[in-house]
Design a binder for this molecule. Sequence first.
Ligand SMILES: Nc1ncnc2c1ncn2[C@@H]1O[C@H](COP(=O)(O)OP(=O)(O)OP(=O)(O)O)[C@@H](O)[C@H]1O
Ligand SMILES: [Mg+2]
Length: 343
Amino acid sequence: MNILAIETSCDETSASLVSNGTKVKSVVISSQIKIHAKYFGVVPELASRAHIENINPVITETLTKAGLSFGTFSKKIDAIAVTVGPGLAGALLVGVIAAKTMASIYHKPLIPVNHLEGHLYSSFIENRSIRPPFLCIIISGGHTELILVEDFGKYKILGATRDDAAGEAFDKAAKMLGLEYPGGPILDKRAEFGNPDAIKFTRPYMKGSWDFSFSGIKTALLNYLKANPVKNKRHLNDICASFRQAIAETICYKAFEAAEKFNLKQIALGGGVSANSLIRKMFDQEGRKNKVKVFIPSLIYCTDNAAMIGCAAYLKQKECGLGLSYTRLQLTPTPSLLLENWY
Ligand SMILES: Nc1ncnc2c1ncn2[C@@H]1O[C@H](COP(=O)(O)OP(=O)(O)OP(=O)(O)O)[C@@H](O)[C@H]1O
Ligand SMILES: [Mg+2]
């Protein structure tokens, strides 16, 4: 089954042609980082406008890269998938309108996909061996969720962040440190050259709960910087390394504790923060030590991309037995769509 997937939930305009859920024939991601950088965050109105400008070129390039065109669309594409939430209303709307338009013109079924389900199944693109039950940890710009995937489409959220998401904490810390936007990846690069033991930030383990809280560690950084302004590059790298260590250890500790408690032998990571080099290394090492199989998507499938949406759409049809309903022209975006009550 060839699915053309579209993702516009935040600041990436992306399209992908995915065959049978795992064969990515093409994926195009147009990032808006340059537009939002001077504001140190995504400006919803600017995001919507950029999606409007980008959506047609991105879809056309996706088809071209897969050796297709709008002329061969009808013959070669079986369904269209689109992110319907959660995300920014105006941004989601651009993708949903594009998907509905194509579904209507070419008489194709339209598959609505939850953005978080995309992150949740992003490991499936490259690993056919993973099957439920497994533990998934979504660590992204807006979410930090520990999810027990009992079966396809059957999720139990064990814990979530009570304040900042992991990506948000990295981005805000980077801003405090005077780093460029988006801070997460830049802080990660600097941390590689620093000493992770230079500053002892408390690990917010939140014992007795599966929830996360990163606002305390952010305040700890602020207080540290007030008392110890950044002296030089070496000092900056040490702060980045210590901060990253505290966040990575917290995430990794809680995930493996949950896997043990629920007797799960597989952990899948998803979301932009799973691109973090220390988090990848730690999960890999802990997995080997604890005999838990760890699935971490390639970097391209960590941050927002349409291939994961095509993969999730396929699994919904195949594994959840939803069947292909026809063009859903009544479909509207749901900015605060929840994962648990999606089905
Ligand atoms: N190497 C890295 N280390 C730490 N954080 C990173 C790294 N690479 C990306 N990030 C962070 O990942 C986040 C973006 O991830 P993603 O695109 O999945 O988020 P989002 O789509 O905005 O949020 P959500 O998926 O929750 O709706 C940003 O906060 C970014 O700083
Ligand atoms: Mg995302």
